[in-house]
Design a protein around this ligand. Structure first.
Ligand SMILES: C[S@@+](CC[C@H](N)C(=O)[O-])C[C@H]1O[C@@H](n2cnc3c(N)ncnc32)[C@H](O)[C@@H]1O
Length: 248
């Protein structure tokens, strides 16, 4: 399949699988990430979790001299390679690495990592970013990920995802990628249920809350502190009431 994307550095017809097609249909996600990459791409650029390559292609047209795309899914990586062969300009060096971004040693000046999901829970954004920051000091795209929460009147019995961000999201936390990200988080949740929002913003446009990018996570939170481990998945979530329980 082919999907056309419009980006700040031009239009590209990319080979995609059905997963990448869904992601590229979220136009706010594409706008926010391609704009951020186009703004900072230079020297060596690495795309960790490259998919079929939208961000790598943009970086190659936006000033990078060398681009490295890391993708762990071998079938997707084959499409990625074809897209880079077609679209990377001749004077830009490129390389596809099929492997786990936590283990691949990429020393790049700018790194994009779009493995972002709600609360940074399920995907490997945090372990990947932390593995990079242990060794190097690149600019990481996105530079910030925002998290917010609203109490909900009718909490679900089980955690559930839905699409659509409300107008009134108050930031609860901003996660910056210029220093290692703490894996554990604790949020005060005094009401019985909360909807958690995660988003990335570029010049007033918010990406998040779609079916494919950071859908809203509604949680029953019977305690009044919610604890979780980023990258460890939904089962890592716990809640407790500090006045009744000791959680050590
Ligand atoms: C959300 S998609 C983003 C694709 C593309 N960068 C984009 O922005 O459209 C994340 C991609 O990262 C890959 N991925 C997930 N975990 C990975 C890991 N540990 N190492 C390398 N790739 C990974 C997935 O296979 C998927 O293709």
């Amino acid at each position: 399949m082919i999907k056309t994307i419009r980006t700040p550095v031009g239009e590209f017809k990319l080979l995609v699988d059905s997963y990448q097609l869904d992601l590229l249909r979220d136009v706010r996600r594409v706008f926010v990430f391609t704009s951020m990459v186009a703004e900072v791409a230079e020297d060596t650029f690495a795309d960790l979790g490259a998919g079929t390559g939208p961000l790598t292609v943009v970086a190659a047209h936006a000033g990078a001299e060398r681009v490295v795309a890391v993708e762990k899914n071998p079938k997707r990586a084959r499409l990625l390679e074809k897209n880079l062969r077609k679209y990377v300009p001749h004077d830009v060096e490129w390389e596809v690495v099929v492997g786990d971004a936590r283990e691949v040693d990429v020393n790049a000046d700018v790194i994009a990592c779009e493995m972002i999901d709600t609360l940074l829970l399920e995907e490997e954004f945090v372990p990947v970013v932390n593995a990079v920051l242990e060794r190097y000091e690149p600019i990481i795209v996105p530079q910030e990920v925002w998290i917010g929460a609203n109490p909900i009147r009718r909490p679900p019995r089980m955690p559930r995802y839905r699409s659509g961000l409300p107008e009134d999201i108050e930031p609860l936390e901003v996660i910056r990628t210029d220093k290692p990200i703490p894996k554990k988080f604790e949020y005060e949740t005094p009401e019985p249920g909360y909807a958690f929002f995660t988003w990335v913003e570029y010049e007033g446009t918010i990406a998040g809350g779609s079916d494919v990018f950071c859908p809203v996570l509604e949680l029953p939170t019977p305690g009044n502190v919610l604890i979780g481990v980023r990258g460890a998945g939904l089962p890592s979530l716990r809640s407790y009431a500090p006045e009744h329980q000791d959680h050590t």
